[in-house]
Design a protein around this ligand. Structure first.
Ligand SMILES: Nc1ncnc2c1ncn2[C@@H]1O[C@H](COP(=O)(O)OP(=O)(O)OP(=O)(O)O)[C@@H](O)[C@H]1O
Ligand SMILES: [Mg+2]
Length: 251
């Protein structure tokens, strides 16, 4: 089953001075359910722009995004917000937790946007917190957690409503390498054990090596795709490094 289709996506940013910047240029791809996809590319290549369009947070200047069989450009803002809440989960580089709320309250939020919290919602939150090794942290506040723990809370919040697609923008960008590894193992485990569909943006080849498929962006265009196939993670990592250095030679 296809979860996401991106067709001839284009994004032109118009700056106030009148200069136009083509941030995405004719990008097309599709994502099957259960895929762990990474999008790589140097700074400014259009990764966040792509993620924002897929998330319906911004509108394309050309082409379309079809998420769970719905063309996002045909939806009103209100319909878009509903599709976002129902089908998507988000993980950001800087966690985006709400400081005045406890861990449990933060993770409960996506379940209480449309209805008040009752037993089943609270049970679901506790199940997800336990799944992410945070059962004993549920009454803490974000400032009482390490960066890696905060990011695991953010992941719990992103998956608690069982989204069809989990989006992550540089989820390990603010973490040291040991903590990054824990977060990436968490994603890999959600993919393997729960069949989660994920689109992770990263410029880091180590992070990307956890995915099974990688799209590479450069200057707003897709220029390469790597499939993990039967490789183990270290072998895939090496292929990613080789592909990146081939790109640098070509540039
Ligand atoms: N709101 C905006 N207005 C104008 N230009 C923008 C806007 N947002 C992004 N851009 C430009 O579009 C291009 C792509 O930006 P984008 O944020 O998608 O890159 P990125 O690949 O996520 O980079 P990074 O790795 O640094 O996060 C850049 O040249 C950027 O300057
Ligand atoms: Mg970015």
């Amino acid at each position: 089953m296809e979860i996401l289709r991106v067709e001839h996506l284009q994004k032109v940013y118009q700056s106030r001075g009148g200069a136009a910047h083509l941030a995405l240029d004719d990008v097309s791809f599709a994502v099957e359910a259960g895929t762990f996809l990474a999008v790589m590319g140097p700074s400014g290549s259009g990764k966040t722009t792509l993620l924002n369009l897929v998330a319906g947070l911004d509108r394309p200047t050309g082409g379309s995004v079809i998420l769970a069989d719905q063309r996002l450009d045909r939806l009103s803002e209100e319909q878009l917000a509903r599709v976002r809440r129902r089908y998507l989960g988000f993980v950001f580089q800087d966690f985006h937790l709400l400081d005045p709320l406890t861990v449990e309250e933060n993770v409960l939020l996506p379940l209480t946007l449309e209805r008040a919290a009752r037993e089943p919602e609270i049970a679901r939150v506790r199940e997800v917190l336990a799944r992410l090794g945070l059962a004993d942290k549920r009454d803490r506040f974000p400032f009482e957690l390490s960066g890696g723990e905060q990011q695991r809370v953010a992941i719990a919040r992103a998956i608690v409503h069982r989204p069809a697609l989990l989006l992550a923008d540089e989820p390990t960008g603010n973490l040291d390498s040991a903590t990054s590894r824990i977060i990436l193992e968490t994603f890999a485990d959600l993919h393997r054990a729960d069949g989660a569909t994920m689109l992770m943006v990263t410029h880091d080849p180590f992070a990307a090596s956890y995915a099974e498929r990688i799209l590479m962006l450069k200057d707003g265009r897709l220029y390469a795709e790597l499939l993990r196939g039967a490789d183990d993670r270290p072998a895939f990592y090496q292929r990613i490094i080789d592909a990146l250095s081939a790109l640098e030679v070509a540039a």
